[in-house]
Design a protein around this ligand. Structure first.
Ligand SMILES: C[C@@](CO)(OP(=O)(O)O)[C@H](O)COP(=O)(O)OP(=O)(O)OC[C@H]1O[C@@H](n2ccc(N)nc2=O)[C@H](O)[C@@H]1O
Ligand SMILES: Nc1ncnc2c1ncn2[C@@H]1O[C@H](COP(=O)(O)OP(=O)(O)O)[C@@H](O)[C@H]1O
Length: 267
């Protein structure tokens, strides 16, 4: 069985407060985009559980696909399987690739082995793998609060626009980003995002991580400016970076000249 875990972008992100457990309360809008990895799974009774594909950074115990498998294996009789992951979503990009792989692994195991887990139960497993992992279970535009794990659906449809994602060479660690951010009360209620014309987002919709990340990695800000130069109605860093995205009504004819490199996705 094969699934295609997709990326997300954050449209606006407010880090509201630091919590006593070290996590942060935030408010953000998650929007799914069709930049995808490919994750394949087959039963493998001879060699036990295996994982192949581009190596995922960090120790094998931290591989989120394997973590998803073992999480369900604690509660269900699962035979050994082999996974193959073809990575297209870069890590350290703020695009949620690892979380998406993990959520899609849970959904695939649920379907293939007919575990009959409800969406709610799958989300409860997902949050154990990462704060933004439950988003990828339903995978629809959502306003998120709490640590990024409490969701309310949002009517936001950007299909008539073009979305461009750029990936500067640098990668940003989520832990580092949260360490440097200064929580502030939000000036705009992101729940109202879909009622605000995109032309006004530039002045109103902010990602709080930009303030501390841009001085550390000036290239990220440079790429964001390029998107505006190319005519984006709105541009921002996604999550804790380093990817930046632009939302365009139309791409200009000379887009390739303005942005000759670093384009990861055009949707
Ligand atoms: C910033 C966001 C915005 O969508 O996305 P990315 O940029 O990583 O994609 C998310 O909050 C990332 O969520 P996720 O990547 O699932 O985080 P986790 O693996 O659970 O946590 C990694 C580390 O980030 C910090 N963390 C995470 C979430 C949160 N609400 N507060 C935090 O302080 C903690 O230090 C934690 O140990
Ligand atoms: N399947 C996976 N794909 C990507 N990253 C993974 C995976 N499994 C574990 N990780 C770890 O999760 C971290 C965060 O990955 P990811 O969610 O893709 O990035 P981001 O937090 O920038 O959205 C990576 O640095 C990596 O060490």
């Amino acid at each position: 069985m094969i699934v295609f875990p997709n990326a997300k972008i954050n449209i606006g992100l407010h880090v509201v407060s630091r919590r006593s457990d070290g996590y942060h309360n935030l408010e953000t809008v998650f929007y799914p985009v069709q930049l995808t990895d490919a994750l394949e799974m087959a039963e493998n009774k001879t060699t036990g559980i295996t994982f192949s594909g581009l190596p995922v950074e960090g120790p094998p115990g931290e591989n989120l696909v394997l973590k998803a498998y073992h999480l369900l294996k604690n509660d269900f009789e699962l035979p050994p399987v082999q996974f193959h992951l073809h990575k297209k979503i870069p890590t350290g990009a703020g695009l949620g690739g690892g979380s998406s792989d993990a959520a899609f692994a849970l959904k695939m195991l649920n379907e293939y082995f007919q575990l009959r887990l409800s969406t709610e139960k799958l989300k409860n497993y997902a949050v154990k793998l990462g704060a933004d992992c439950p988003f990828f279970i339903e995978n629809k535009p959502m306003f998120a609060s709490g640590i990024g794990d409490l969701f309310s659906p949002m009517e936001l449809n950007l299909t008539q626009y073009r979305i461009v994602i750029l990936k500067p060479e640098v990668s940003v660690s989520t832990v580092l980003a949260y360490k440097n951010v200064v929580p502030v009360p939000p000036e705009f209620n992101l729940k109202k995002l879909s009622g605000l014309p995109i032309e006004q987002w530039k002045e109103t919709v902010v990602n709080d991580f930009e303030k501390s990340i841009f001085p550390l990695f000036p290239d990220i800000e440079k790429w964001k400016k390029k998107l505006y130069e190319a005519g984006a109605l709105y541009a921002s860093m996604s999550g804790s970076g380093s990817a930046v995205f632009g939302i365009f009504r139309h791409l200009p004819a000379d887009f390739d000249k303005i942005i000759p490199e670093g384009v990861l996705f055009v949707g």
